[in-house]
Structures are given as structure tokens and as C-alpha cells.
Design a protein around this ligand. Structure first.
Ligand code: FE2
Ligand code: FE2
Length: 253
């Protein structure tokens, strides 16, 4: 059984000392990996990220993270990425990692993702150059994510995103901003890439549970949604499943 602790949208600022680390006690007895689904800081300023990095250094289990749109705001992505890596956090952006958990290979493909909208209410790669750039960025993110998932050799495949692959977990957000909260390209990527589950953040007013059109479970772990330091999910071992499909269950919050 693989146990995943996940949270997004920590939105650390210069005064957030110990906000997550005060929940790290005994975490290694409850979870195997901690996933962070972007918007780790308010603006992506190195001083904000340093507060988080100091906190994450105290975590007893491996941490895998993606950045969110807030972490890009002040154009210090390389610097803040290096700060996380310096304390052992694996930062993914259109890339993947495979961790060994009790002899099982857990693959995580991560990307920030981007907006674009959902079938019937989405942008298209047409018209002004600015619109083409917007949609091509979204499509490129999804294509790379799909390739990462397909290339990973792992017993379990997890997609870690900031933007949502489905409108289902956006329920509660204003419909007018759905195209800025996620894109259906990401759902196609996780379905074709045969991910077992997707974690994302970004939709603070959304809901936790949804799934892609292909039936891949999606969990919006934005902290304002889950209202805990993190949620813990478990992936049952294949041998306990009647079909080839693996199942994630929420263990505790
Ligand atoms: Fe956020
Ligand atoms: Fe965000």
C-alpha cells in the first residue's frame, strides 16, 4: 500500500514560519511521500521560498513538488527551484521521478499545467498571436506530461499538477474563470498516459473530488479546499484489486 500526503496552495509569505512543519510529527508513520501541488508562495519571491524551504527541511519523508502561477510572479523560478532542491525537494516541471517505496516503484510526472478551458467552453489555437501563444503553451504542457507518464517505468503512476484537468473539481468557482483554472488537454494527457490518479491545486473555491473523462480519479488538494495541513491518500496494492485498475482511498485528513 502506498500512502500519499498531498496539499497545494500553501501560499507562504515572509511570516509563515513553521506553518506546515508543525504537522510533520509522526508523518513518516502515516505517509510515504509528500506531494506539493504548486502556489507554494504568494509571489515566488526568494524570501518567501526560503521560509518554506526551512520548513520543508524538517519533513521526515520525501517531498515532490510542482510550482504554481503565484510562484512565477516575480520571475525568480530558477532561484526558488534551486532553493527547494537545496533542502532535498524534487521539483518537477514537465518532468518525472520514480521513488522506491517498500520495493514498489512510484512514478510521479509533474507539470504546472495551464488554462484553456474545457470541452464546449475553451480557447482555440486560432486568431491573434497572443491567443495562439496561450493555447500552445497549454497544449505543450499537456503533451510533455503525457510523454512523461508514458515513458515512466513504475508500478504506480501519479500526475502532479497545479492547474486542473477537469471542470468537476472547479465546482464552486465562477464559471467565467474556468478557462483560467485548467484545461481539458491535461485530462487527455493523464488518460492517454494511464495515470492512476491526479493531484492538483489552484482552485481554492472548488471541490476535492472529480475524475477525467477516462475515469482517472482527480483530487483538488488546494489547502482552502481540504482545510487541513494535507490529506493522506492510499493506493492499494495491485494484488488486492480484482481488475487491473488501482484504487485510491482517502485515509485521513
Ligand atoms: Fe493558489
Ligand atoms: Fe494558482
Amino acid at each position: 500500500m502506498i500512502r500519499i500526503a498531498a496539499v497545494g496552495d500553501l501560499h507562504y509569505d515572509r511570516r509563515s514560519h513553521n506553518r506546515i512543519s508543525e504537522h510533520f510529527g509522526g508523518l513518516d508513520t502515516k505517509a510515504d511521500i509528500l506531494l506539493l501541488a504548486g502556489d507554494l508562495t504568494q509571489t515566488g519571491h526568494p524570501e518567501e521560498m526560503q521560509v518554506l524551504a526551512d520548513d520543508l527541511q524538517k519533513c521526515p519523508i520525501p517531498i515532490v513538488a510542482v510550482l504554481g502561477n503565484h510562484d512565477y510572479h516575480v520571475d525568480q523560478v530558477e532561484t526558488v527551484t534551486r532553493m527547494l532542491e537545496a533542502v532535498g525537494v524534487i521539483v518537477l516541471e514537465q518532468s518525472s521521478t520514480v521513488l522506491d517505496v517498500a520495493g514498489q516503484k512510484v512514478g510521479i510526472a509533474g507539470a504546472k499545467g495551464f488554462g484553456g478551458g474545457f470541452v464546449g467552453a475553451c480557447g482555440s489555437d486560432f486568431g491573434e498571436p497572443e491567443m495562439k501563444v496561450f493555447m500552445r503553451h497549454s497544449k505543450a504542457q499537456a503533451r510533455k506530461l503525457e510523454n512523461c507518464l508514458k515513458e515512466m517505468k513504475a508500478d504506480y503512476k501519479i500526475a502532479l499538477l497545479h492547474y486542473s484537468p477537469t471542470a468537476q473539481t472547479l465546482s464552486g468557482e465562477k464559471k467565467e474563470i474556468f478557462p483560467f483554472l485548467g484545461c481539458y488537454f491535461l485530462a487527455e494527457a493523464v488518460d492517454y498516459g494511464q495515470a492512476d490518479i491526479v493531484f492538483h491545486g489552484h482552485a481554492h473555491a472548488g471541490v476535492e473530488k472529480g475524475e477525467t473523462p477516462g475515469g482517472t480519479p482527480v483530487r483538488n488538494v488546494a489547502q482552502p479546499v481540504i482545510r487541513h495541513a494535507f490529506n493522506i491518500y492510499m493506493l492499494e496494492s495491485k494484488s488486492k484489486q480484482s481488475e487491473n485498475k488501482k484504487e485510491f482511498l482517502q485515509l485521513e485528513s
